[in-house]
Design a binder for this molecule. Structure first.
Ligand SMILES: *[C@@H]1O[C@H](CO)[C@@H](O)[C@H](O)[C@H]1NC(C)=O
Ligand SMILES: *[C@@H]1O[C@H](CO)[C@@H](O)[C@H](O)[C@H]1NC(C)=O
Ligand SMILES: *[C@@H]1O[C@H](CO)[C@@H](O)[C@H](O)[C@H]1NC(C)=O
Length: 257
């Protein structure tokens, strides 16, 4: 027989693990913001160029740890090689961006470079990505040596592992995660989630603005966004098939009548 005090301790343990699971920011006070993306998905590029820079504009960096993970829907094959959703150029640019993150761990430096590449990608000028070195006054040697070598491949595999370890798994990109919680189709509204997740007392001013205090609109956001989804073609086909199947069974029913 389980005594009532044991039941109590068990509930307490469950409660504690539950609360630490839901408030991981308390220990270090910064909110984690993770972006899982792939370089040539136009919706990833749009998020990086038109939304993400807001964290640099509103003092948000003081409360946010941003982590970029360039891998997305790429698929690992044998021999540590992989296929990317938008072809070999995407694999190349994912690796270039992975190298930049590794070589310039400082966020403002690698973000500027990645922003520059994604801005070109968004304007169908991805082939000009090397112009970003000069535009930003960055030394090309380190990144060039990295993406052409085994190091680049190792970094890709590291980001592949991080992406594949996501719980729940990502369904599409851009896949934005705030303090471990995926924002799904409400990713454009990421600042509200950051403000909401922040436990500290010195929240940036933007967090007190009405538009960011609004309650989270996950349900309304459904269907609002386009994204790069490997399974979309497949799931559309499955929908058509099940529609046909239900017609067929209705027909059989009518025939039977
Ligand atoms: C893996 O690499 C080896 C040697 O490079 C090659 O012989 C083999 O065909 C490759 N396998 C696949 C599945 O690509
Ligand atoms: C770029 O970096 C490499 C390796 O650190 C160095 O050898 C080279 O002189 C640098 N080039 C310039 C133009 O600073
Ligand atoms: C990725 O994970 C696999 C197995 O889960 C492991 O064998 C491999 O070493 C990992 N690679 C990296 C780069 O972390």
């Amino acid at each position: 027989m389980v005594s009532s005090s044991n039941t109590f301790s068990l509930s307490l343990i469950l409660f504690l693990s539950f609360s630490s699971f839901f408030s991981p920011s308390q220990s270090h006070n910064k909110v984690s913001l993770e972006l899982y993306y792939e370089s040539l998905c136009p919706y990833s590029a749009d998020f990086i160029v038109n939304y993400l820079p807001q964290i640099f504009q509103h003092d948000l960096l003081s409360i946010v740890d941003l982590k970029l993970v360039p891998w997305g829907n790429a698929k690992l094959k044998a021999n540590k090689t992989f296929d990317c959703q938008h072809g070999p150029d995407e694999c190349l640019l994912n690796t270039v961006e992975a190298c930049a993150i590794d070589i310039w761990p400082q966020l403002d430096k690698h973000f500027a470079f990645i922003y520059c590449i994604e801005d070109l990608a968004l304007h169908r000028k991805r082939k000009e990505w090397e112009s970003c070195y000069e535009k930003l006054g960055l030394n090309a040697t380190l990144v060039d040596d990295c993406y052409r070598s085994e190091r680049g491949n190792e970094l890709d595999l590291k980001f592949a592992n991080e992406t594949n370890a996501l719980q729940p798994p990502h369904e599409y990109v851009p896949w934005v995660v705030v303090d471990g919680k995926p924002l799904l189709e409400d990713f454009e509204n990421f600042i509200s989630y950051i403000c909401k997740a922040y436990q500290g007392t010195d929240a940036p001013k933007i967090c007190t603005q009405a538009s960011y205090l609004s309650t989270v609109r996950e349900v309304e956001a459904k269907g609002k966004h386009s994204f790069c989804d490997m399974e979309r073609v497949m799931s559309t086909w499955n929908k058509i098939r099940s529609t046909i199947a239900s017609w067929t069974s209705q027909m059989n029913f009518l025939v039977a009548m």
